[in-house]
Design a protein around this ligand. Structure first.
Ligand code: NAP
Ligand code: MG
Length: 477
């Protein structure tokens, strides 16, 4: 059987022998069966990760050698871009345009970025008093449990594995039940390029089973999680029992603020990408569009025109700019929010209904007349649903922008450089874009304020989150 667990350097069935189906969201049909990891498999994987951490080639491997393995993994992925992209598209519904041009090469570049860090993680010599030498070492945290979502499956796997491995940790990765296939392939590729057994373990399965067992396991030193705020809170609570280190990348309700003095053509394109890219299944989606009242109507006309040209289609066709939502559950969730928006008095301008009866397609959907206290402006929908909210001045825009439990991202569109920086500073969010939307690169830290998360990923900030800091004192006299 294919699609097995990766534990201790081998592809193995689940201890229970159980499997689960993964679907193609474009058709709703089963793609294939996948081994379903349970608590016993978590035991085996954590034991293998611990053994690799404590002894054997990984424990004694220097940073440069780890970097070479990470680089090779990136190279292997790039060589296999098309196959990985098709696998990702079939399993997730993401368009082939995005998976082949964005996710897969982006994941490969993430490994190569962290390859460069692997031999550059260093401590300090500290200016202490007395006849002592005091220095710090950055040591790996240990066994990292990584739990990831379905919206960027291979990319999120890379965002977790890259920094963890660069810092010398070992990993047990639990992909989302909807999208396990590229994570399994990645685990196989890691073995092929020479990662020693136990360093990269992959456990497809369910959050309540494999995920929860991983979070509870006393042998896991850190959990790195991306997903819903609800599960993030659960994980932080559960992790408290063993005081695991936790980093959380959670939800958002990001404000995209357009001032009247902006380049409106550019801002319209930004607003469209901001909410409809990946069918809106993006934690940084610009789901609240704040429009200065004087340009509201003109902007809206252009926006609706653009939205009507972005109809979802077969994700395997290179022409498609949007694919289906990931699952029946996600379809129902999104349509449920559309119904709530209407019931609470927002005006549905376009979209809002399922396209076809096969697959989970929803077209660009735009609500106007939205107040920031409506459910569609407060809760993360994770679909192609935009809430348009008018404002009159900078103070009101900033107040509305910050009136949310989330703080993941925001954007400001204006030609006034002073206003741009002032608003960028005033907004409580981990990322603020000025006259652009959705940029993300490996060198730039990513993470959330408030209930959007704990910690930062990417950039140099990974060192803080994937190492322990040890202080060593040496008497010199
Ligand atoms: P989710 O439940 O938070 O899933 C994320 C990951 O956590 C999955 O691997 C999931 O496994 C796992 N998980 C679930 N319960 C767990 C538990 N008790 N212990 C350990 N791991 C657990 O997200 P979802 O249900 O797929 O999506 C629901 C909503 O979350 C979306 O509509 C969206 O609003 C939000 N979301 C946000 C992001 C983001 O990037 N911020 C990503 C995805 C979803 P299973 O796959 O088996 O559930
Ligand atoms: Mg699937």
């Amino acid at each position: 059987m294919q699609n097995r667990l990766i534990i201790d350097g081998a592809a193995v069935p689940a201890a229970s022998g159980q499997t689960f189906p993964t679907l193609n969201p474009a058709t709703g049909e089963t793609l294939t069966e996948v081994a379903r990891a349970g608590a016993e498999d978590v035991e085996r994987a954590v034991a293998a990760a611990r053994a690799a951490m404590d002894k054997g080639p990984w424990a004694s491997m220097d940073g440069a050698a780890r970097g070479q393995l990470l680089w090779k993994l990136g190279e292997r992925m790039l060589a296999e871009t098309q196959a990985l992209a098709e696998l990702e598209t079939r399993d997730s519904g993401k368009t082939i345009r995005d998976t082949s041009g964005g996710d897969v090469p982006g994941a490969a570049r993430c490994f190569q970025y962290f390859a460069g860090w692997a031999d550059k993680i260093q401590g300090d010599v500290n200016p202490v008093s007395g006849p002592f030498l005091n220095y710090t070492r950055r040591e790996p945290v240990g066994v990292v449990g990584a739990v990831i979502p379905w919206n960027f499956p291979i990319l999120m796997a890379a965002w977790k594995l890259g920094p963890a491995l660069a810092a010398g940790n070992t990993v047990v990765l639990k992909p989302a039940e909807q999208t396990p296939l590229t994570a399994i392939r990645l685990g196989e590729l890691a073995l092929e390029v020479g990662f020693p057994p136990g360093v990269v373990n992959v456990l497809p399965g369910f959050g309540e089973e494999a995920g929860a067992a991983l979070v509870r396991h006393p042998g896991v030193n850190k959990i790195a999680f991306t997903g819903s705020t609800e599960v993030g809170k659960l994980i932080q609570r559960e992790a408290a029992a063993t005081l695991k280190r936790v980093t959380l990348e959670l939800g958002g309700k990001s404000p995209n603020i357009v001032f009247a003095d902006a380049d409106l053509e550019q801002a319209v394109r930004g607003a469209l990408t901001g909410i409809f890219y990946n069918q809106g299944q993006v934690c940084t989606a610009g789901s609240r569009l704040l429009l200065e009242r004087s340009v509201h109507d003109a902007f809206l006309a252009k926006l609706l025109d653009g939205a009507s040209k972005m109809q979802p289609g077969d994700p395997l066709s290179p022409k498609s700019r949007m694919g289906p939502l990931v699952s029946q559950q996600q379809l129902e969730r999104v349509l449920g929010y559309v119904a709530k928006g209407k019931a609470e008095g927002a005006r549905l301008e376009v979209g809002g209904e399922r396209v076809g009866d096969k697959g989970y397609f929803v077209p660009p959907t735009v609500f106007t007349g939205v107040r920031n206290d409506m459910t569609i402006a407060r809760e993360e929908i994770f679909g192609p649903v935009l809430s348009v909210i008018p404002f009159d001045d900078v103070a009101e825009a900033t107040r509305i922008a910050n009136d949310t439990i989330y703080g993941l991202a925001a954007a400001v569109w204006t030609r006034d450089i002073g206003k741009a920086h002032a608003v960028a500073h005033a907004i409580q969010a981990g990322t603020v874009w000025v006259n652009t939307y959705m940029n993300s690169q490996n060198a730039s830290p990513f993470g959330g304020y408030k209930q959007s998360g704990v910690g930062r990923e990417l950039g140099s900030s990974f060192i803080e989150h994937y190492t322990e800091l040890k202080s060593v004192w040496v008497r010199m006299g």
